[in-house]
Design a protein around this ligand. Sequence first.
Ligand code: GAR
Length: 218
Amino acid sequence: MDKRLNIGVLISGRGSNLQAIIDGIDRGEVAAQISVVISNEPGAYGLKRAGTHGIPALVVNHRDYENREAFESRLIEILKEYGVELVVLAGFMRVLTPTFLKAFPMRVVNIHPALLPAFPGVGVQEKAADYGVRFSGCTVHFVNEGVDAGPIVAQAVVPVFPTDTGEILADRILKMEHQVFPKVIHWIAEGRVHVEGRRVFVDGAKVDEEIAFIEPSL
Ligand code: GAR
């Protein structure tokens, strides 16, 4: 791997997706380097994970800013300072406005713990379980002005059982998140991802037309 994509990771909490990306990079499976991790929450455990790996970890507490624009301007300033080429939202619980997105057009990716466009927003694992859907999963998408509405790069599907709590389902989905997010970052780093309107093309992606899931199983 020669040129590595410079990524900045924004978090708000635990940072298990951040850890999966760090581990993918360490294993040589993700052609990227994390130049900075920023949390809007001072107590975020993900900050410790970054520190352990020698990655600069900063807090930009949104509560210290007058409005979203001021908060986002500070984020942009730091990310540019660190030469960030792709912004990765890994459990970042703030909605970004056009102020931010204009600074990184189609260069912000998010992971969401549901099969978008079903269940946008927060607390979605419990909502999916309570709704009684038979499948849920995770979605990695580019971020646009809508909430959880940008072009979809990849999704992973997991079954949902009537006995599931939101927590049980969240754990099942999280395992998929940890597989899919580092992969998508790698594809982007390799320049294999192209967006045309809402459709996202991944060069060299495997195609399996026969794939199908039925739950309960027949
Ligand atoms: C993950 O499940 C992620 O999909 C979700 O928050 C969790 C963060 O976990 N993100 C959102 O809900 C974004 N709206 P982590 O901090 O352990 O990566």
